[in-house]
Design a protein around this ligand. Structure first.
Ligand SMILES: [Zn+2]
Length: 140
């Protein structure tokens, strides 16, 4: 993809601080980190969203994310907890449409915007939860 910054990084046409690399996956430092150590894990091939990506590459991205997460904790980078976050679609906060997994060190009081909250959050009860489970089971 000609105008994709992540493809340019993979091709060596744009600068990045590389952390780790396999044949199919690349990890590098986020240019605008939420906290120091914020790393992105991407497939080397251009896949815009999760639906586009072969399951085995999706699995490898998560495995590399786990490795990076542990490496951050084992380093002297301040890290009290982590978020592994994949934003899929603009409504979910995706800005670069080359799929990427964020590995984000979290610190007390860092006030990052991500919270388990929305205007739709509620306690729907077992019947509605069972209905949702059924819908997802049926459309697999
Ligand atoms: Zn790309």
């Amino acid at each position: 993809m000609d105008n994709c910054i992540f493809c340019k990084i993979v091709a060596g046409q744009a600068e990045a601080s590389i952390v780790y690399e396999t044949e199919r996956v690349l990890a590098f430092m986020d240019l605008v980190p939420i906290n120091p150590g914020h790393t992105l894990v991407i497939p080397k091939e251009h896949y815009p969203e999760l639906k586009d990506i072969p399951p085995d590459i999706g699995g490898e991205i998560f495995q590399v994310g786990m490795k990076i997460e542990q490496a951050i904790k084992d380093s002297d980078i301040p890290c009290e907890g982590t978020n592994l976050l994949l934003a899929n679609g603009s409504v979910a906060g995706q800005e670069v449409f080359h799929l990427h997994l964020h590995v984000i060190p979290r610190l007390t009081g860092d006030r990052s915007g991500f919270r388990f909250n929305s205007v739709n959050r509620s306690m729907p009860g077992r019947e509605k939860l069972d209905q949702m489970a059924e819908k997802i089971r049926m459309s697999r």
